[in-house]
Design a protein around this ligand. Sequence first.
Ligand code: 5RP
Length: 228
Amino acid sequence: MNQDQLKQMVGEAARDEVLKLAPGQVLGVGTGSTANCFIDALAPHKDHFAGTVSSSNATTERLLKHGFKVLNPNDVTGLPAYVDGADEIDPAGHMIKGGGGALTREKIIASMAKQFICICDSSKQVPVLGNFALPVEIIPLAQGVVTRELEKLGGKVSLRLVKGAQEPFVTDNSGWILDVAGLKIADPKSMESQINQIAGVITVGLFAKEKANILLVSNAAGVARIIL
Ligand code: 5RP
C-alpha cells in the first residue's frame, strides 16, 4: 500500500468520524494532501453540515469546487471539530504543522474547535517532535532578528523559498516562513510559548496548546482511532 492510499484510507475514516456529529453544524477543515483526501471523501455528504470554515486559500478553493459552503470565521462562534493533517505527532498529540505553509490559519481554526481530529499515516508518528524542521511564520522585515533568536535555541534556520525558485514562499497572510531544523522538542508547550514571544513571529507551527484530541492513523493494517 503506498502513501497516497494510506492518506485516502484515513480521509475516509475521518469522513465517517465527522458524520457521527449532529447535523447542521459548521466544520473546521485543514490543509494539505491528507486533508484534501478528507474533503474529497466528505463531498457527497456536504449537506450534513451547515457550512465549513477553511484554513487556507487552497482548501477554500477545493471546498467551493465541491459545493461546500465556506463561512468567514468571524461569523462563526464555535466548531464541534477541526480535521487536519500533521507533519509530526507525538504520543501526547502535540504536533508540528505548517509543512504546507498554512499554520497560522490552521491554529486559529483549531482554537475555535471543541476537538482537533488529526489524520495522518503512521510515518508521521514520532516519540519526540523535531525531526521535521519546525515552521515559523514571520513578518518579513523581522527575518534577521527572528533568525538570530531561533539560532539561540539551537536550531539551524532557513528561509523557505518557492519550490524551484529563489524568491521567498509567501503565505496567505503575506508572511514568510523560517524552517528550523535540528530541534529536539522535549517540552512542546514551553517551546511554543517561548517562540511565540519573539517579536516578529506570527505563529510557530508547534501545536501543543491546540493539540490533537483524536488521532486517526493509517497503516497497511487499517486505521486506528486513538483518543489523546
Ligand atoms: C499544512 C499542514 C499540513 O497539515 C501538514 O503539512 C501535513 O500535510 P500532508 O497531509 O500533505 O502530509 O500543516 O500547513
